[in-house]
Design a protein around this ligand. Structure first.
Ligand code: PMT
Length: 345
């Protein structure tokens, strides 16, 4: 049994208070690139104090009892609600495969993991059986009027189950959900602050696909947008830019942690250029570049003090079910070792 209990939070529904009675003050729209304005003008999620409590317990347990390093893994897309009582929203493609798989390899390599994920996206371990192409019912069979695991899958499932139990029983995996970009930003800030005591033994692995644009709270309609709101049959929506919070995370929110961001592009000619410019702009330790089309097959590590390092899987390896994260995470951990050593000097 896990020594730490975890609650189930749900982030996918609008906050009850605002769903019933819109009492949110009319804040001004957030200014581009101004993180402070963002937090001054957007309400924190109501459940944040409870998350804070869970985080404190998790961080102090591992700091004082297990001595494990901690990886914060962010995973999945963020939604951008178009209405306060959200019927419609803007979303993106990310299913959370990168984040959920990476979390498993961090756990296997002795890390404790805070998994900040989009609610209902893929989770470590259950991802093997929960995706629409991996329906868990396909792994079952009926025998003498009873349902059981199809013997042809049971060995593989046992391996996954053991790893899952090990993560559970050792309280090494803390699941924290978000749905909207606002929930993501507030929770990321909170986690960063809670991890300050961990210094260089923490690594931030920011694989979530965070929206660059959103509708500020002050401009969001309370109820479902009516078709009568259109002009000449067209609906115009004005989105503001989400402040680039990464520089704030590096400079203020965290303290001494190794910070890894991802760069997603669709044009091969832009990938390295964009990864390098992110590194120059935010001064963090590593950018992992990937292309939408080939992200499961190849990634590139870009850092300021090393040659670009490509990790690639062969078609054969892909066919045999090898995940690129099984090579990415050991490479990340090697860099984290160096980071911790440097911090001690
Ligand atoms: O889930 P999968 O289907 O497996 O897909 C995995 C993935 C392709 C989503 C993942 O590997 C990945 O690339 N994630 C990052 C995608 C992304 O958001 O890239 P970006 O170029 O928009 O942002 C780059 C970085 O800027 C992010 O790491 C983020 O920390 C930062 N950022 C983003 C938005 C914002 N408003 N402020 C930021 O600071």
């Amino acid at each position: 049994m896990s020594p730490i209990s975890q609650k189930n939070f749900h982030t996918a529904n609008p906050e009850e208070a605002t769903a019933i009675d819109r009492s949110i003050p009319e804040f001004a729209a957030a200014q581009v690139s101004d993180e402070d304005d963002y937090f001054a003008n957007h309400k924190p999620p109501s459940y944040l104090p409870e998350i804070k409590q869970e985080l404190e317990e998790f961080v102090s347990y591992h700091k004082e009892t297990t001595g494990k390093r901690i990886a914060l893994v962010t995973s999945g897309g963020t939604t951008v609600p178009l209405e306060n009582n959200t019927v419609r929203f803007i979303d993106n493609f990310s299913a959370g495969t990168r984040g959920a798989t990476s979390a498993e390899y961090f756990l296997e390599n002795g890390y404790a993991v805070i998994f900040l994920h989009r609610e209902f996206s893929l989770l470590p371990y259950s991802r093997h059986y929960s995706h629409s192409t991996n329906c868990f019912l396909d792994y079952m069979t009926e025998s003498n009027g009873k349902i059981e695991i199809d013997p042809k899958f049971s060995d593989a499932m046992l391996q996954v189950y053991r790893k899952y139990k090990q993560a559970q029983d050792s309280s090494s995996l803390l699941l924290i959900p978000y749905t909207t970009v606002n929930q993501y930003l507030y929770t990321l800030k909170l986690i960063s602050e809670e991890l300050k005591v961990y210094g260089s033994k923490a690594v931030f692995y920011l694989a979530a696909a965070v929206s660059d644009f959103f509708i500020p709270e002050s401009r969001m309609p309370q109820h479902k947008i009516q078709s009568s709101a259109t002009q000449n049959g067209e609906l115009s929506i004005h989105l503001a830019q989400v402040p680039k919070f990464l520089s704030r995370l590096v400079d203020n929110w965290s303290s001494g942690a190794m910070i890894i961001s991802f760069k997603l592009e669709t044009d091969n000619n832009l990938l390295l250029k964009k990864a390098r410019s992110a590194l120059e702009r935010y001064h963090h330790q590593l950018v992992i570049g990937n292309l939408l089309q080939t992200r499961k097959k190849e990634v590139v590590f870009v850092s300021s003090d090393k040659e670009d390092h490509w990790i690639r899987l062969t078609d054969e390896e892909l066919k045999n079910g090898k995940m690129i994260e099984s090579e990415m995470i050991p490479a990340v951990i090697k860099l984290h070792d160096e980071w911790i050593k440097k911090a001690k000097i």
